[in-house]
Design a protein around this ligand. Structure first.
Ligand code: SF4
Length: 361
């Protein structure tokens, strides 16, 4: 399958002032992110709040231009395209937001909400717009009679279905799913994830699934990109991330993910300290102030992403072999049940289908 998104050293910086007479400072929200996404697959982007996930979403949806680097979407390089090409490209990428309550206009009926993108971007006659809205309601598991109702008449899960339907009205190839289920009940989450899986299969969609919830990511992603302080630190097929995480930050994130099986326990790694400020990121490896494996080199030299097995990882300890998770003794009282510390050995939820793994960059 072909590459539909390619980012090379993609960066986004913001100038901020911290006082009337203060010199402007630079917030490095995203720094030198390079990755590829294959058409028809799902890339999950994970990390703590402030790691650059939402900035990446804004760049991919072309809401903001990058400060540096290159972004190629569907074969077209941003910045090298004319106005008409950019307008067409914007239809290719659509976004579904986290909050199904805030993302729909409460004064518009569902039909008007669904038809609005067609009204703005096409000259489709009203009868065809209406038919397309009916079709899309059925595709997301709603009924044609919902066309004439208002958003407040729906539950959170139904509203998120409407948001997905609206995002699909322009026949995009790529959906940016910005925490699409984190505001929903767990039982509703599975329904929405199944609808997304069905739509992906039927329409050949590519998903960028932004989430802080690794237990969800496991069952939707083909590949996972872990970000820390605006930089990718690990990129791998989903099985590799969950079965053999490499970067100490990924291991800590996974250790904080709840395990569904009470017979299985794992090492709980507490991340010390706060996420540093992107205005003044630490030298060398940005994770070194919180890393229990850090050595002198880590504060001096920033590690580059290098390939280890199926995983691209930015860590001196992995590259030079001083990190060996398998050799670590389990903490007192933690019976690891043959699983390596830091993995998430959850039983798959039968309602959520796990997609086939994709290939690494
Ligand atoms: Fe930790 Fe050093 Fe690896 Fe950074 S480079 S994650 S500080 S061991």
């Amino acid at each position: 399958m072909s590459t539909i998104i390619e980012a090379r050293n993609l960066s986004r910086f913001y100038e901020v002032r911290r006082g009337l007479f203060a010199e402007p400072a630079t917030v490095r929200a995203l720094s030198e992110a390079s990755f590829r996404v294959t058409q028809g697959t799902t890339l999950a982007v994970v990390g703590e709040s402030g790691c650059g996930k939402s900035t990446l979403a804004r760049l991919l949806t072309m809401i903001e231009p990058p400060s540096g680097g290159e972004l190629v979407i569907d074969g077209k390089k941003l910045g090298a395209t004319g106005h008409a090409d950019l307008k067409a490209l914007r239809k290719t990428v659509q976004i579904v937001f986290q909050d199904p309550y805030g993302s729909l206009n409460p004064r518009q009926k569902i039909g008007a909400i669904l038809e609005e993108p067609l009204k703005i971007n096409t000259d489709m006659p009203s009868r065809e717009r209406r038919e397309k809205a009916f079709d899309m309601l059925i595709k997301v598991g709603l009924r044609p009679e919902h066309y004439g109702r208002y958003p407040h008449m729906f539950s959170g899960g139904q509203r998120q279905r409407i948001a997905i339907a609206r995002a699909l009205m322009l026949d995009p190839k790529i959906l940016i799913l910005d925490e699409p289920v984190s505001a929903l009940d767990v039982s509703i989450q599975a329904q929405i994830l199944n609808i997304l899986a069905d739509l992906q299969e039927e329409l050949g969609l590519t998903y960028i699934f932004i989430s802080h919830d690794l237990s969800v990511v496991r069952f939707v992603a083909d590949e996972v990109m872990v970000m820390y302080l605006g930089r990718p630190v690990e990129f791998a097929p989903v099985e590799a991330v969950f079965e053999s995480p490499q970067h100490p930050y990924t291991v800590a994130l996974l250790s904080a993910t709840p395990v569904a099986d009470p017979r299985r326990k794992r090492q709980n790694i507490k991340l010390e300290g706060e996420l540093p400020s992107p205005i003044n990121p630490p030298s060398g490896c940005p994770f070194h102030p919180r890393c229990r494996y850090a050595r002198d080199k880590c504060s001096d030299i920033r590690p580059e992403l290098t390939l280890h097995g199926q995983t691209l990882v930015a860590c001196h300890g992995i590259e030079e072999g001083w990190i060996d998770y398998a050799a670590e003794p389990p903490p007192p009282g933690a019976a690891l049940s043959g699983e390596r510390a830091g993995t998430t050995p959850q039983a798959p939820d039968a309602a959520v289908r796990a997609p086939e793994p994709g290939s690494p960059v």
